[in-house]
Design a protein around this ligand. Structure first.
Ligand code: PMP
Length: 357
């Protein structure tokens, strides 16, 4: 069998394994921060109709600039945003890849405050952008002065902020975003994949956009909208940033089917986002219950919870798996991450946790 080493693959890809959480067939899957609720039937029907209306025209390429979809997304985001300030792609992963293609690349660097979303360094790798791991404080917070000092020391071309942060869960104070923006010599990307789950009182970086052309906020329909399989992510930024990513995007990157399905989903946002409150309730229940049992638990503004198991997290992960509950080992010694899903899934998770003690 031919191995990768037999191929003239890039030196920096040699020996690497593809990214991905295990996709195991387990009764309770709480490892990828999906929305546990299936798409409601009326929305299934609406998406079906929208897709079927596209089928006859599949001989034609789709709208390359996805204008109608971007207008819908701008309207959803509010903050006075318009179509020229919004861009869409196949998941926010692709959005961030396009941003690194445009603003990173060989000879340039990107910096992130770890532990954060593990795709950020991998997207840097894939685009030939140097990766600089910066640190969060011991309880996973990020103080403005600390963030600024690390940006000053490295002067990266791109800074990733993640708010609410995956895997720790906590949203950033917009003052941190503003301080980093003032210090950073290049682009600042705020990954807000979980924004819709934030606790009352948190403020999106969308509020900081006016007057800041180097700020980009990325969002996704994968989490709150329960549309992970539809693959739709987007950004909001200055119109010049949108024109920049248009230089690197593949022509027709968003299929006519994706655009139609996403628009139908957005038109039914009330039904889709109707699960958010129930998920937040389960999230808060997990936090409270695990704390009551003596675990250290990070505050969460997302649809997941990072909790300390004490000792070997890989062994604890296995105990939970054997009890039928799949959670995520994010590689943080002593900690695991669990997605908040339905009430029944929380019940199953909390009872599996009893096997740990
Ligand atoms: N950002 C963060 C912080 C995430 O956790 C995820 C999904 N795990 C993404 C972006 C990517 O989501 P998608 O590509 O599905 O939009």
């Amino acid at each position: 069998m031919t191995t990768l080493d037999d191929l003239p693959i890039r030196d920096d890809l040699r020996g690497l394994k593809p990214y991905g959480a295990p996709q195991l067939d387990v009764p309770v899957r709480l490892n990828t921060n999906e929305n546990s609720y299936p798409v409601p039937e009326p929305v299934v029907e609406a998406i079906g109709k929208a897709l079927s209306a596209e089928l006859r025209d599949l001989n034609r390429y789709p709208d390359r600039d996805a204008v109608a979809l971007r207008a819908d997304l701008a309207e959803y985001l509010g903050h006075g945003l318009t179509v020229d300030q919004v861009w869409a792609a196949n998941g926010s992963n692709e959005i961030q890849q396009q941003l690194l293609q445009a603003f990173g690349g060989p000879g340039r660097t990107a910096l992130g405050f770890t532990p954060a979303y593990s795709m950020h360094p991998l997207l840097a790798l894939g685009t030939g952008t140097g990766w600089i791991p910066a640190a969060r404080d011991a309880d996973f917070g990020l103080a403005a002065a600390d963030a600024v000092a690390q940006v000053r020391a490295h002067r990266p071309d791109v800074v990733f902020l993640c708010s609410p942060n995956n895997p720790t869960g906590t949203a950033l104070d917009p003052a941190v975003v503003a301080a980093v923006l003032a210090e950073a010599p290049g682009m600042v990307i705020v990954d807000e994949a979980y924004a819709e789950f934030a606790r009352p009182g948190t403020v999106s970086a969308l509020a900081v956009l006016p007057g800041h052309p180097r700020l980009v906020v990325t969002r996704t329909m994968s989490k709150a909208f329960g549309f992970a399989g539809g693959r739709l992510g987007y950004l909001a930024a200055d119109p010049a940033v949108v024109r920049a990513v248009q230089l690197v995007r593949l022509p027709y990157h968003l299929s006519a089917l994706t655009q139609a399905a996403a628009r139908a989903a957005l038109a039914h946002r009330d039904a889709l986002l109707g699960t958010v409150a129930a998920i937040m309730e389960q999230r808060d229940r997990i936090v409270a219950e695990l704390r009551a049992r003596g675990h250290r638990v990070a505050d969460s503004d997302a649809n997941f919870v990072l909790f300390e198991v004490g000792g070997d997290q890989a062994a604890a992960w296995r105990v939970l798996l054997d009890a039928g509950v799949l959670v995520r080992d994010v590689g943080l010694p002593g900690w695991l991450r669990v997605t908040a899903g339905t009430l029944a899934e929380t019940d199953a998770f909390l009872s599996a946790m009893e096997k740990l003690s």
